[in-house]
Design a protein around this ligand. Structure first.
Ligand code: 13P
Length: 269
């Protein structure tokens, strides 16, 4: 995409503070049961000592620990999410977990389209769109992940890629359905690498994403959409990243496994 077209899209939207600030922890495939239990206790302690203000905290543990986590959530302002859901509604799909099951244990968010699932489990845009539809039917908010690989950024294709991912996965939704979506921009080259997008790179892409949403659904809905940054976000760099107008919080991997760091990130606005 030419710079002119990109800037036109970015400039269509004037950011404001209508949307929710969200910090979500993606535990990925980490922690044994006792460790998960301990981490939840530590997060509760940290929250008591350093209360967060006006930020929605979400924890996405492995599904095996959902009941444990929702018990903690009941006693705090934390909400519980998951890392994946089956695209099928029910039946003979060995090993899968349905959206109805998640809903029955009070799950409120679900990460969809994480680059690790796109890469290692070959998830397609069509599958992701189906998952989004199922989640919305049961009132669970998708945290829809998009982001380019390093080669794509180097080839100056990052805007094009991100626009394609969001269009294919989400733009079949009606405006009222889309209003339940949280978007997470996670450049693949920043995930688990210790290389964070610069605040300028994050703001540029988030503003672009908001512009793309605005083109499809109008400025008002675009302004109300929370767009999170993910990729080596930690207690040290969160403040600078979150100070950008279009960065509404973070989807945190490694640093969400350390209670002190996770709550420090949530206190970085
Ligand atoms: P890291 O924070 O470990 O880079 O992971 C980011 C991520 O993939 C969150 O979904």
């Amino acid at each position: 995409m030419s710079l002119v077209v990109k800037n036109e899209i970015i400039n269509q939207v004037t950011p404001n503070n209508m949307r929710s600030k969200i910090v979500a922890g993606n535990w990925k495939m980490n922690k044994k049961f006792d460790e998960a239990d301990e981490l939840l206790y530590q997060i509760t302690d940290e929250l008591n000592n350093n209360p967060i203000d006006n930020v929605q905290l979400v924890i996405c543990p492995p599904s095996l620990y959902l009941e444990l986590a929702t018990d903690f959530a009941d006693a705090s302002e934390i909400k519980i999410g998951v890392q994946n859901v089956s695209e099928h509604k029910s039946g003979a799909y060995t090993g899968e977990i349905s959206v109805e099951m998640l809903s029955s244990v009070d799950v409120e968010f679900c990460i969809i389209g994480h680059s690790e699932r796109r890469k290692y489990f070959a998830e397609t845009s069509e599958q992701l769109a189906n998952k989004v539809n199922n989640l919305l039917e049961f009132g669970i908010e998708p945290i829809f992940c998009i982001g380019e690989q390093l080669e794509e950024r180097e080839a100056d294709k990052h805007f094009e890629i991100v626009k394609k991912q969001i269009s294919e996965g989400l733009f079949h939704l009606s405006p009222s359905e889309f209003s339940n979506i949280v978007v997470a921009y996670e450049p693949v080259w920043a995930i688990g690498t210790g290389v964070t997008a610069s605040p300028e790179q994050a703001q540029e892409m988030h503003a672009f994403i908001r512009g793309v949403i605005s083109e499809k659904y109008g400025t008002e809905l675009a302004e109300e959409t929370s767009i999170l940054y993910g990729g080596s976000c930690n207690a040290k760099n969160a403040k600078e990243l979150f100070s950008n107008t279009d960065v509404d919080g973070g989807l945190i991997g490694g640093a969400s496994l350390v209670a002190k760091d996770f709550i420090a990130i949530a206190n970085s606005f």
